[in-house]
Write a protein that binds this ligand. Structure first.
Ligand code: F0G
Length: 453
């Protein structure tokens, strides 16, 4: 059961099918453009969407809004330092700001960054620095149905080969994303992290954690990695941070905060370079684009997020939703993680070809039939077509992510998702695809306009 009770509630917007149909048409079938008050259950992201605890709100009230050297910063810094062990802690307003500052300081044009899988902003920030972002997911990640517990791992063999290849461009960093969001929210084992760290050390390349969901990763390690079954999630997390040379963190996920992030580093020279960039673009190093109250709420959130009762319930409720989805007849990317359930839309809607976006079609059905907002992770997000609309490249899978905000929705909300999917499955043959009528040059899924076919 939830290890908390509800003190403040927020009404859910309730809409009619006619209103949803009109809304979807108005936004040209792009769910990002809906107004949030047109959405009943919003599973677009688990980022910045969590519910604050009474202790976080209280900490926020005590926030110190001095321009420099606020009490809030020192509480934040000490909490992050205790957790991560890094000497230098720089706040940033969110994860991608931390990435931009770190990569601007660490990378030179032409460098390569390797990762188990770069999150899309991480990739964009590597590329904006004139560098190449290369993903090396482990082989098990390719099989959506496999129940292997650590499908977020990096492929150690390819990593070793790439690091040893002196003929190629310089590898400037290895980024380990825990959990692996781009790879279906799958965790990375401590064994994989340790071996990666050893390879990095041998080749003089820094290993950086993208720690947005470090606590969820730690929880899954305690459940599935024999050597860690007697450790607490907090102990696992502390060890993970200490294996790396530094981290970037979006505190909007496992900080359970609405905004916030940070860079943690041991290397003083690099930290100083980051500090200069931080002052120029984010803010003075004792606030980094955040209010004092935000720093205090993040600090408190970072303490709450590793509590075993909280993580156990988070895993259990995600597992409950996964069971409902499977029972409705929809395959998911297995095993179910904690921050999201990924629906296999390609398998559910085989009559819709990739260039008519089966994932998008399912996401639109979830909205039309249940007022549920989700995110397509398939050919609309990652594919490319020629002028005639034929696909020239695309992802191997057509997925839809149901991201789960922290402490926000209950099992009866998840029942609503299950019954909505049951209705969609019954009439799956009649679901139609979409075609793009207008799109931008990059990150097209955010702004594209579509039309049913
Ligand atoms: N790294 C990972 C693994 C992420 O999932 C995200 C954001 C970021 C970095 C960037 O952090 O949003 O604070 O700037 N993921 C969100 C999501 C947006 O919905 O998965 P940010």
């Amino acid at each position: 059961m939830e290890p908390y009770r509800i003190k403040v509630v927020e009404p859910l917007p309730v809409t009619t099918p006619q209103q949803r149909e009109a809304a979807l048409k108005r936004v040209h079938y792009n769910l990002f453009d809906l107004r949030a008050d047109e959405v009943t259950i919003d599973l677009l992201s688990d980022s910045g969407t969590g519910a604050l605890s009474a202790a976080q709100l209280a900490a926020g009230m005590a926030g110190d809004e001095s321009y420099a050297g606020s009490h809030s910063f020192y509480r934040f810094r000490d909490t992050v330092r205790d957790l991560t062990g890094y000497a230098h802690i720089l706040p940033a307003h969110q994860g991608r700001a931390a990435e931009r500052v770190l990569f601007s300081a660490l990378l030179s044009p032409g460098d390569v960054v390797l990762s188990n899988t770069h999150f899309d902003t991480t990739r964009a920030n590597v590329e904006l620095a004139g560098c190449q972002a290369r993903d090396l997911p482990c082989a098990a990640a390719r099989d959506l149905d496999s129940h292997e517990p650590f499908k977020g791992n990096i492929d150690l063999e390819t990593l070793e080969k790439t690091l040893a290849d002196s003929g190629g461009p310089r590898v400037a960093a290895v980024v380990m994303t825990i959990t692996n969001n781009g790879g279906g929210g799958q965790p990375v084992s401590m064994d994989n992290l340790r071996r990666t760290a050893e390879l990095c050390r041998r080749h003089g390349v820094p290993m950086i954690l993208d720690a947005a969901r470090f606590a969820e990763n730690a929880w899954l390690v305690t459940r599935h990695e024999a050597a860690y079954q007697d450790r607490t999630p907090r102990q696992v997390a502390e060890e993970a941070f200490r294996l790396a040379d530094g981290c970037v963190m979006s505190a909007k996920k496992d900080g359970i905060a609405h905004i916030g992030g940070f860079i943690g580093l041991n290397n003083e020279e690099l930290a100083q370079k980051c500090e200069v960039l931080l002052i120029a673009t984010e803010g003075f190093p004792t606030y980094g684009g955040l209010a004092g109250r935000d720093l205090d709420m993040v600090a408190q959130g970072l303490l709450e997020v590793t509590e075993p009762a909280y993580l156990a319930e988070r895993a259990d409720s995600a597992g409950y939703l996964a069971d409902r989805v499977r029972a409705a007849g929809v395959s998911i990317l297995e095993p179910a993680g904690l921050h999201a359930i990924y629906l296999n839309a390609g398998r559910l809607l085989p009559h819709i070809p990739p260039h008519q976006y089966p994932g998008h079609a399912l996401a639109c059905q979830l909205y039309l039939q249940g007022g549920i907002r989700s995110a397509e992770l398939g050919s609309l997000y990652l594919g490319k077509e020629d002028e005639d609309g034929n696909q020239v490249s695309g992802p191997p899978y057509e997925l839809v992510r149901l991201a789960l905000p922290r402490r926000v929705y209950t099992r009866s909300h998840y029942d609503h998702i299950g019954s909505t999917l049951e209705r969609i499955v019954k009439a799956a043959d009649s679901v139609h695809g979409y075609r793009i009528v207008e799109q931008g040059p990059i990150l097209r899924h955010f702004r594209a306009k579509l039309r049913p076919v």
